[in-house]
Write a protein that binds this ligand. Structure first.
Ligand SMILES: Cc1cc2nc3c(=O)[nH]c(=O)nc-3n(C[C@H](O)[C@H](O)[C@H](O)COP(=O)(O)OP(=O)(O)OC[C@H]3O[C@@H](n4cnc5c(N)ncnc54)[C@H](O)[C@@H]3O)c2cc1C
Length: 510
């Protein structure tokens, strides 16, 4: 993974760090796509314990039964905040996700149907993977593959990372449970808390937490704070019943007035279910996934199937006369999610990047909009991609890399976070244009990279020191040491910015 030559033998640009990402769920895949689309040239390897991408938004498939697939985790995604995460538009354009148009409802305690919006997971703009939820992650990986050097993005499925080690020269070594080496990278990204959360010790019988152990004695205060926050996090478990229904009976399920049925709190108490998802299969069969309330180990298929039969009886009709609760069930399986949803508070966004140890985090466990949902996984990956790209730009600047020397990249500290301003006079033929100011010409722009924002602001025609605006954002250099950075959102918001000496990264490396 590390080094200046890829596996293909092609030279990689200098200063392009390599990245090992733990997890190919939504956050890991979105990070790869966001980095590549932002110009990250270093190699990216995603390590995934599962057989394919998706994580909790994966789709189960069968090698023996080609027509069978089932979304056993998230059946859809909902976006509550605007603007939508940047990757949603290219995913829609590429046909990887589609707007959710099937009927949805909420079952109320008295047994009637209410509007879908009563369920927090059914509010906002709803989407699903075109042919299963794992299309979301497949699409993200396709977006990542479409950019950057060839062969520099890899996914290693069926690979549980067990051991982590800090290299003497900085960066990371990864190994599996047997101790066999998996690879090395300059940066480590965790899109799951597993390697840092005490639940791993219970689940796998590990004697210690891999990330904690590897970073003992490093003296990285930011990482120590992040690890303490992760160790305190709680997760909610889920038990799901997965049914495959034969074609004759499936027709009745598919004619129901809902494909997704949420349960309000009273209905959850009455039937012990949170949600029903009815998923058509291509050959006339359908899958029914019931999300149970109880995570008691005693809850089994029979109990959950009985609850489903009771809840849908008014619409599905009579139960079969035999011992089984539902007719036409060809296959029953139970799925226990030990850590289905993180419980707030999540990891503060300030802890997203720990530069001293070259560790970073993304995933639905990062606090902020969409926490605990796919939206949060996408947004956290977008934010992390922005931070890593900005960090690498700064590093190139500090090292005086030849490619960066030509660009006028100036680092600032704005509200505590690094902002990189790249001024560009563009292709304008400047001589003869009268209102040149501060070395800029009409048509010049400034690119601002700050937090997860990427702004390209055209120069104004104002005389005096250069100023730039797109009507919403304002950047001007009356005092080059303290630029004016404003945002108009109803009222004018002003961000405090100071120039950072370019000779070296800021003290904390951020
Ligand atoms: C039953 C259920 C229903 C849900 N319903 C909804 C819904 O309706 N809407 C919604 O928005 N969200 C829903 N969610 C939540 C949603 O699925 C998650 O928020 C989202 O998928 C999280 O993505 P992620 O990439 O952050 O994490 P994950 O999907 O957990 O990805 C992390 C990945 O890392 C891998 N991994 C971890 N440790 C290692 C290791 N050491 N080595 C290798 N691989 C490792 C894991 O295998 C996993 O694939 C649901 C979740 C569940 C379980």
């Amino acid at each position: 993974m590390a080094g200046s030559r890829g596996e293909s033998g092609r030279a990689r640009p200098r200063n392009a760090p390599s990245l090992a990402v733990i997890g190919a769920g939504v956050a890991g895949c979105a990070l790869a796509a966001g980095l590549r689309r932002g110009g990250w040239e270093g190699s990216i390897v995603l390590f995934e314990a599962g057989r394919g991408p998706g994580g909790r938004a994966a789709t189960r498939r069968s090698r023996q039964d080609a027509g069978w697939r089932l979304d056993h985790g998230a059946p859809l995604l909902n976006l509550l905040e605007v603007p939508a995460p940047e990757l949603v538009a290219p995913l829609l354009d590429g046909g990887w996700i589609v707007p959710w148009q099937e009927p949805a409802a909420v079952l109320l305690g008295e047994g009637t149907l209410g509007p879908a919006q009563e369920d927090p997971l059914l509010r906002g703009s709803l989407y699903r993977g075109r042919q299963g939820m794992d299309d979301l992650c497949r699409g993200l990986l396709a977006l990542a593959q479409a950019q950057g050097p060839p062969d520099s993005l890899r996914c290693r499925y069926g690979t549980l990372v067990r051991h982590l080690e800090v290299r003497p020269e900085g960066g990371w070594r990864l190994a599996e449970a047997t101790g066999a080496a998996l690879g090395e990278a300059d940066w480590l990204v965790l899109s799951s808390t597993l390697l840092a959360h005490p639940r791993a010790m219970d689940r796998f019988g590990w004697a210690e937490l891999p990330l904690e152990r590897a970073t003992e004695g490093l003296g990285d205060g930011a990482l120590a704070t992040a690890l303490a926050a992760i160790a305190r996090m709680e997760t909610a478990a889920r038990t799901n019943l997965m049914l495959t229904i034969d074609p004759t009976t499936a027709a009745r399920w598919l004619a129901l007035p809902f494909r997704l049925l949420g349960f309000d709190s009273q209905a959850q108490r009455r039937w012990g279910l949170r949600r029903l998802s009815i998923q058509p299969l291509t050959d006339g069969r359908c899958a029914v996934v019931a999300h149970g309330v109880s995570v008691d180990a005693a809850v089994d298929c029979t109990a959950l199937e009985g609850a489903v039969a009771g809840a849908v009886e008014p619409w599905l009709g009579e139960r079969p006369s035999g011992g089984e609760a539902l007719a036409g069930v060809a296959q029953r399986q139970l799925m226990r999610w030990g850590a289905a949803f993180p419980v707030a508070p999540g990891l503060p966004t300030a802890a997203l990047v720990c530069p001293a140890s070259r560790v970073a985090f993304c995933g639905d466990f990062i606090e902020g909009p969409g926490f605990g949902r796919i939206e949060g996984a996408l947004r956290s990956a977008q934010a992390l991609a922005g931070r890593l790209l900005a960090l690498v730009l700064l590093l190139c600047l500090a090292l005086g890399g030849p490619s960066m020397a030509a660009a006028e990249v100036v680092p600032y500290r704005c509200e505590g976070d690094l902002l990189l301003a790249t001024s560009d006079n563009g292709a304008v033929d400047a001589p003869g244009i009268p209102n040149t100011s501060g070395g800029t010409v009409p048509g010049a722009t400034v690119l601002l990279a700050w937090r997860d924002l990427r702004l390209q602001l055209p120069r104004t025609n104002n005389v005096g020191p250069p100023s730039y605006t797109d009507g919403l954002w304002w950047w001007s250099l009356e005092d080059p040491q303290q630029p004016r950075f404003l945002h108009r959102r109803g009222a004018i918001e002003s961000f405090s910015c100071q120039a950072v000496p370019a000779a070296a990264p800021p003290d904390d490396g951020r």
